[in-house]
Write a protein that binds this ligand. Structure first.
Ligand code: ZN
Length: 342
């Protein structure tokens, strides 16, 4: 692994069009049954290969086996009625989504990501990261007719996430990352119970743990929301001190084309930071120079040994050719930044 500025992606990559509808956040699968199961694993191999060829050090399964980053987990949870979908404003009403209903005590039906994690582990020698949705983000993406309290329901989900995370560690996964875009929306709840829920999710893990917080995929609702946030995005300021004090090893944040003041990164003292140096909300492909410059700007506020270069967010809804070009820029840009520093 690269000694300085190892590279990774937030998690997802676009799916091949023979697996799922392209350019969609909620794509329909093109196959079913055993054919679909085999196709997901084939796509996982491709995702590993393009990451390796791009010089990505900490690779993921590209989230090729899940339709959506939250619902890919919920499918494996008992106590949720998928036939009882209600329209709910999520992320504090930034957009409406049809969400399933929690109708009883939550239990895992079995393993969630065993097939793709074990397949990926068998086919790459690089460090392997698997992502899971964070408890707060899950709670914000379901309707509750059972728990009656967001924190209590989050703790129940956290215990299920913990069971899957421990199993992933046993599969040989090096990094388990929890995706918590909701951390950026409910800042007061992060300190009240969000970190506590994450701690339950990572309890007993010896592998590296990470949390990804972000301003979302490059979809219209997010781009419109970002336009309302003013010239400086200081949401992270409220939650970084709590994350710095937490037991999570790494924090993944967006820095490319972001209005997050980079000096806020000093609030993450002691944490490794996955710095987003690739924007997923534009089709413009970064040059290696762009990537190196973002890394250099961040280095004014973060010790070099704490910096992991990554993408701002998942690439699932992007065009495949663009995502691959951006991966190449990430690998080359991190190499360039290493060279310039040496
Ligand atoms: Zn994200």
């Amino acid at each position: 692994m690269s000694a300085l500025f190892p590279t990774t992606i937030a998690g997802s990559l676009p799916k091949p069009s023979w697996l799922a509808e392209p350019d969609r956040l909620w794509p329909a699968w093109r196959l079913s049954g055993a054919e679909l199961a085999a196709a997901k694993l084939d796509a996982t191999l491709l995702a590993l290969k393009i990451q390796e060829d791009a010089g990505i050090d900490i690779v993921t399964d590209g989230e090729q086996s899940r339709q959506h980053f939250v619902h890919g987990f919920l499918e494996f949870v008992e106590g949720i009625d998928f036939d009882r979908k209600v329209e709910m404003g999520i992320r504090n009403n930034r957009y409406k989504a049809m969400v399933p209903t929690v109708t009883g005590a939550l239990r895992l039906k079995g393993r969630v990501h065993a097939a793709e994690a074990q397949h990926a582990r068998a086919h790459t020698t690089r460090k392997l990261k698997i992502t899971l949705p964070g408890p707060m983000t899950i709670v914000d993406t379901v309707a509750d007719r059972h728990y009656g309290d967001r924190a209590q329901m989050a703790f129940a989900f956290a215990d299920l996430l913990n069971a899957e995370a421990r199993a992933l560690e046993a599969d040989g996964v090096d990094v388990v990352q929890f995706d918590e875009p909701a951390f950026n929306v409910y800042m007061d709840e992060v300190t009240r119970w969000g970190i506590e829920a994450l701690h339950r999710a990572v309890a007993g893990l010896r592998c590296t743990t990470a949390v990804h917080i972000c301003y979302g995929y490059g979809i219209k609702a997010n781009i419109d929301w970002k336009a309302t946030l003013g010239p400086e995005w200081r949401q992270y300021e409220e939650i970084f001190p709590a994350l710095a004090a937490s037991r999570i090893d790494q924090v993944s944040v967006e820095c490319r084309n972001s209005r997050v003041p980079l000096e806020l990164l000093t609030l993450l003292k002691g944490k490794d930071v996955q710095v987003g140096v690739i924007d997923v909300a534009t089709d413009a492909v970064e040059s290696p120079q762009d990537v190196a410059e973002t890394i250099e700007a961040v280095l004014r506020h973060l010790p070099p040994e704490r910096l992991i270069a990554g993408t701002n967010c998942g690439m699932a809804p992007m065009r495949r050719d663009l995502a691959e070009a951006k991966l190449m820029a990430l690998g080359k840009g991190a190499a360039l930044a290493r060279q310039r520093l040496a």
